[in-house]
Design a protein around this ligand. Structure first.
Ligand SMILES: [Zn+2]
Length: 243
């Protein structure tokens, strides 16, 4: 395979183009004084972009891109393929994260590929075609750290006591509360806005007082979570997160 860099004769401003196999990929160099090293990414439109760190040079950035042409080729292949599965996640896809729709962005720096979204960055093996299992595992870990702490905080605030709290992988419900006062919360609550996460926690905590969905129960919910209707509405509109 021929990996070479050339300046097309007809290009007006000597735009650089990478030649990868039988494809040509526009190469964009962007300076970012806050970057600590060279970062290569393939933009969803098919342009390769190298971020040049403080003190770096365009020449080094170009060499960096050339060193990673096989990585680029893999990403290009992925970009051109239709989704293997409807439910797989790949570069450029939008996912829900803390109530925002964020794009998955794969980058390579040194020898490690990372997928970035929102404020998160996760190393992923280069051979990985579906990012979903990695990202879900990561989000679940985040949830295990955050949700029990938040549940304890809200319970204390409202003078409620649960026996334990578990973070679960559920496909049909956001949370539950057992007769023994054990609360379980869906890890996907890190994908919803924080107000919605809090509503679900408060909903389950309210079951400690009312083990049903009676008028009394909803009165209790309204008392400890006055905005609960907006949260319910959000959950209905975004039920796809559970699927
Ligand atoms: Zn309920």
């Amino acid at each position: 395979m021929d990996f070479s860099l050339f300046f097309p004769r007809h290009a007006r401003n000597q735009e650089q183009v990478l030649s990868i196999g039988d494809q040509t990929v526009p190469l964009q160099l962007v300076r970012n004084p806050r970057a600590r090293r060279y970062i290569l990414r393939l933009l969803p439109g098919g342009t390769a972009r190298v971020t040049i760190p403080r003190g770096g040079s365009a020449e080094e950035a170009t060499r960096f891109a050339l060193r990673h042409t096989d990585w680029l080729q893999k990403q290009l292949l992925r970009l051109s393929q239709p989704r293997a599965e409807r439910n797989s996640w790949k570069h450029g896809d939008l996912i829900d994260y803390r109530g925002n729709s964020v794009a998955l962005d794969i980058t390579v720096t040194d020898a490690i590929s990372h997928v970035r979204f929102g404020d998160q960055s996760i190393p992923v093996p280069e051979t990985q075609t579906d990012l979903r299992p990695f990202i879900e595992r990561h989000l679940r870990k985040l949830a295990s750290r955050e949700l029990p702490a938040r549940a304890l905080e809200l319970a204390t605030q409202h003078g409620l006591v649960f026996s334990k709290v578990t973070v679960r992988n559920q496909r049909t419900r956001w949370g539950s509360c057992s007769v023994k006062g054990a609360i379980s919360l869906n890890w996907r609550l890190v994908q919803t806005p924080e107000s919605v996460r809090d509503y679900i926690i408060l909903h389950e905590l309210a079951h400690l007082r009312q083990m049903n969905h009676s008028t009394r129960f909803w009165r209790e919910v309204a008392r400890i979570c006055p905005d609960y209707e907006a949260a319910e509405h959000w959950l209905k509109r975004n039920s796809r997160i559970l699927r």
